[in-house]
Write a protein that binds this ligand. Structure first.
Ligand code: HEC
Ligand code: HEC
Ligand code: HEC
Length: 220
């Protein structure tokens, strides 16, 4: 039995290139492929690596995140109604949540059961110097700890020690480091949001750091 499966597998593998080249030959002209794009399932529209929906803040049953077959999904307040009157941003779900909290428009609960629990707010900025011409990154603890307990980040996402963590844009865009939340539950990386994180301008006399090789051989 096992042998037969193995044999079938080998046959399938050797047939595959033939099938693939046939598929290639049978591909419809480019125009049709473009038209077919609209039929892609919307089940994964929450994934920012896929094409985004053009509509803003869809109701829960249509947002591709909540299950439309679950009756409770339809009980949830649609974002457009819930967010009415909150300060806006040009990206993400278009609400400036930090400003909304600072201006007392929201009173989040810090404990599911006990409404009297107060948040543990820490006002500590961490500057991460960036080795390229973009402004340096300031990680502000304050707006984070107004929403999140320390344990959301320490120690699993970040070791609580300045410069102890390796961070870069590729990791962030792939959903690591800051990208664990930014782009999912907090404002995303877009061409309009760079300066939210890259908020500290470089000193006027800033020069890109040079490698040991270029310091040794300055003529290079
Ligand atoms: C949203 C994520 C996040 C939350 C929540 C958070 N931190 Fe941090 N914390 C960081 C990051 C990022 C750094 C910088 C790490 C680095 O530079 O490599 C940091 C650094 C630190 C440091 C090192 C400071 C230094 O000077 O070396 C301490 C201590 C710390 N956090 C404590 C806390 C405490 C206490 C809380 C809760 C009140 C908290 N953090 C909440 C992300 C977070
Ligand atoms: C959520 C916060 C955040 C946003 C938004 C963001 N960055 Fe970054 N960026 C970082 C962090 C953190 C680093 C790593 C800094 C370090 O070296 O410690 C970084 C590093 C960089 C670097 C250095 C090279 C690299 O790839 O790591 C460049 C260039 C950069 N960002 C450009 C941008 C541009 C352009 C945008 C807007 C499209 C942007 N960033 C938006 C947080 C952010
Ligand atoms: C555990 C989740 C989480 C992580 C990890 C995280 N953030 Fe945030 N961040 C939030 C939330 C939630 C907010 C508040 C909501 C919003 O602004 O979208 C926020 C807000 C901010 C703000 C405030 C923007 C303002 O309007 O003042 C900055 C700046 C920021 N984050 C930068 C970073 C950087 C840089 C990193 C990585 C070093 C990072 N965050 C990691 C969840 C996170």
């Amino acid at each position: 039995m096992k042998m037969k499966q193995f044999f079938l597998g080998v046959v399938a593998l050797s047939v595959l290139p033939v099938v693939a080249s046939q598929v290639e030959a049978a591909q419809p002209p480019l125009k049709e492929v473009k038209a077919a794009k609209g039929h892609v399932s919307t089940a994964n529209t929450f994934n920012r690596l896929l094409e985004k929906s053009k509509a803003r803040n869809l109701p829960p049953a249509e947002d591709g995140i909540h299950d439309p077959d679950n009756d409770n999904t339809h009980v949830l307040q649609p974002p457009k109604i819930a967010y009415d009157g909150l300060p806006t941003t040009p990206f993400g779900n278009y609400v400036d949540w930090v400003k909304a909290l600072d201006t007392d428009l929201l009173q989040p609960r810090y404990d599911r059961f006990d409404p009297t629990i107060e948040p543990l707010i820490m006002d500590l900025d961490i500057v991460r110097e960036v080795k390229s011409t973009v402004p340096d990154v300031v990680f502000p603890h304050k707006p984070h700890t107004q929403w999140l307990h320390c344990s959301n980040c320490h120690p699993k996402i970040f070791i609580p020690q300045r410069k102890a963590n390796v961070m870069n844009m590729s990791g962030i865009l792939l959903g690591q480091q800051c990208g664990v939340c930014h782009g999912k539950v907090a404002f995303p990386v877009t061409t309009q949001s760079c300066t939210k994180c890259h908020s500290k301008p470089k000193p006027a006399d800033w020069k890109p750091p040079q490698s040991e090789t270029s310091l040794k051989d300055p003529w290079r």
